[in-house]
Design a protein around this ligand. Structure first.
Ligand SMILES: Nc1ncnc2c1ncn2[C@@H]1O[C@H](COP(=O)(O)OP(=O)(O)OP(=O)(O)O)[C@@H](O)[C@H]1O
Ligand SMILES: [Mg+2]
Length: 306
């Protein structure tokens, strides 16, 4: 039996994605970015990306709820987005506590305001850390990242970060993040270091095959295709159809974009962007183990124990 599993920001806070080279880490971030906006009728969401990887998040920028995808070597814009997020944490800390809200969802219900959820994608946490944790001039910006991990969940600010192995993630980070996706790792011992079962994935496991909560899982891909060129084409058509419905784009200044309501997006196009690929389905069917798709943003169903 296969069941869908999801990232629930109000409950999970932030999330770490582990995987060796080519295992599908950036694709998880892309799926999260797109799924974050699917089916949101009254909520709004803002996504930012810090790309310390190979630049494969860049094409997300065409999406109206994606503010900026910043290459890791653009220090000025990295600082700007982190400074903005620090200000958001300060501001929301006061307002949410005045409203007695313990999550962005509660804040919306209590105040009737459509406060946006913010997701920061960080592709390449080890590289970010080595460049931003070591010098005293940059340390305050690294601390903003740490603040999001520690304070972000109840304030609706979340990080999803990728790393190649457990050793490249400091305990201060991993102890603040309970949600994990473990893709194929470089060797068997690497699974034990993450307290994950060793017999779920091996070197033959395809990209996107993952362990989530000890269960074998297949990450859903945008548009039913793992091909980035095809995905980019699909992404391009999405905001256009939203634009026809009268919506506005987010600014690219590095500041938080204005509220974006997905009521104006055709639901059909949004959900089809995140369906599982035929390859994924056949792989699931061929698997002796149940695999689950990863479509963040909905409730976890009750899971039978295997
Ligand atoms: N869930 C998935 N289903 C099918 N194919 C996938 C999936 N995830 C990734 N792939 C394919 O695997 C390849 C590598 O994916 P991706 O770039 O996300 O890996 P990565 O771990 O970020 O690699 P790197 O370490 O080089 O940055 C891509 O060609 C992509 O199409
Ligand atoms: Mg990558």
């Amino acid at each position: 039996m296969q069941e869908a599993v999801h990232f629930e920001p109000d409950r999970d806070g932030s999330m770490l994605v582990y995987g060796t080279s080519g295992s599908g880490k950036s694709t998880v971030l892309r799926t999260i970015a797109i799924a974050a906006a699917i089916g949101r009728r009254t909520e709004n969401v803002e996504v930012y990306g810090l790309d310390f990887g190979s630049g494969s998040l860049k094409s997300l920028e065409v999406l109206p709820h994606v503010g900026s995808i910043i290459p890791g070597d653009d220090a000025e814009r990295v600082q700007r987005v982190l400074r903005t997020l620090a200000a958001v944490l300060d501001d929301r800390g006061k307002r949410f506590s005045a409203a007695n809200a313990s999550s962005v969802t509660e804040y919306r219900e209590l105040t009737g305001r459509d406060e946006s959820r913010i997701i920061l994608l960080l592709d390449g946490l080890p590289q970010f850390r080595s460049e931003w944790e070591s010098t005293s001039a940059r340390m305050p910006f690294y601390q903003v990242f740490m603040r999001i991990l520690g304070e972000g969940r109840p304030l609706g600010v979340h990080v999803v970060a990728t790393a190649d192995r457990s050793g490249s993630v400091p305990t201060a980070v991993s102890s603040n993040v309970s949600r994990r996706v473990i893709l194929r790792l470089s060797d068997e011992n690497a699974y034990s270091l993450l307290n994950a079962p060793k017999d779920v994935l091996d070197e033959r496991s395809g990209p996107g095959r993952a362990i989530v909560d000890g269960f074998e899982t297949q990450i859903a891909v945008l548009g039913g295709t793992p091909n980035v060129a095809e995905q980019t084409k699909l992404l391009g058509s999405w905001p256009k159809s939203c634009g026809r419905a009268g919506s506005a784009r987010s600014p690219r200044s590095g500041r938080c974009p204005p509220a974006w309501r997905w009521t104006s997006c055709p639901t059909g196009s949004a959900s089809s962007l995140c369906s599982a690929s035929p390859r994924t389905r056949s792989r699931r069917a061929a698997s002796t183990r149940p695999a689950r798709s990863w479509l963040p943003g909905r409730r976890w169903p009750a899971r039978p124990r295997r």
